[in-house]
Design a binder for this molecule. Structure first.
Ligand SMILES: [Zn+2]
Length: 256
């Protein structure tokens, strides 16, 4: 059993209003966390500090105001354009904020203040970051993929899951995926092997063994689909794999 199994459930599973209000609060907190998640995704890919300097428009470098940074609604109010230079702002920002809001709200809705709440929500956010790093194709070194794996091992231990198996498994899966990715006449570097390995490990709580197998299959065919359409289709498949996996695990619990 997990470390947190001794902590009693303060809500006692009481349904109704407290649950809905809690879910709403967690949703708002989630959207703010999603905003920070965007910063983490961008800066980890570039190997920069995630806390400094403050956010600025990547096009005109104008420092963003608090109003520009309001999760989801900031992007909607600006209609996807920078307030200062009119450069388009990626739809990734509001979508990641929305995803994080849904993750935290639904985690609270289904698990309340139980010991499942923090491991479930944290694991979901980590997998979201990890997948975004993978499909943005900006990370070539294992570093940015290493911390999700470490955090995941700790969370798995906290949630009472088989952390040792996962911890040992991820590098093996990554090696296989790396071998698949560098096979063939034109070795592809679209998916860094360690990124695939950590994504495979993160998919196990939701999908069981089917999760890593799907990812290894995707990594194997990815270099052989060099056209932009094939690449987009495979990234779409990866996002679907993530979204469905998160929905399953949050509804039915990690390691179920
Ligand atoms: Zn700008």
């Amino acid at each position: 059993m997990g470390f947190w199994s001794d902590i009693p459930d303060p809500l006692g599973g009481s349904p109704g209003l407290p649950l809905a209000a809690g879910a709403m609060l967690f949703g708002i907190f989630g959207s703010l966390l999603g905003s920070f998640t965007n910063v983490v995704i961008l800066r980890m890919a570039e190997g920069r500090s995630v806390v400094f300097p403050p956010s600025a428009c990547p096009h005109c470098h104008h420092r963003l105001s608090a109003l520009d940074l309001v999760p989801i609604f900031g992007w909607v109010m600006l209609r996807g354009r920078c307030r200062y230079c009119q450069a388009p702002i990626s739809i990734q920002y509001p979508l990641v904020e929305l995803a994080a809001a849904l993750i935290l709200a639904s985690s609270f809705w289904f698990w309340g203040a139980s010991r499942q709440l923090v491991p479930t929500a944290a694991w979901a956010i980590i997998w979201l970051i990890q997948t975004m790093l993978l499909i943005r194709e900006e990370v070539a070194a294992p570093g940015p993929f290493l911390w999700p794996l470490l955090a995941f091992a700790v969370l798995t231990w906290v949630a009472g899951g088989p952390w040792l198996a996962v911890w040992a498994l991820a590098p093996v899966l990554g090696t296989i995926a790396g071998w698949l990715a560098t096979r063939g006449p034109s070795p592809g570097r679209f998916f860094p092997w360690f990124g695939v390995g950590t994504a495979a490990a993160l998919a196990i709580p939701a999908w069981g063994w089917a999760g890593p197998l799907v990812l290894l299959g995707l990594a194997g065919i990815f270099p052989h689909g060099p056209t932009s359409l094939a690449r987009k289709a495979l990234k779409g498949a990866l996002l679907l794999h993530l979204a469905a996996g998160l929905a399953l695990a949050i509804r039915f619990g990690l390691w179920s």
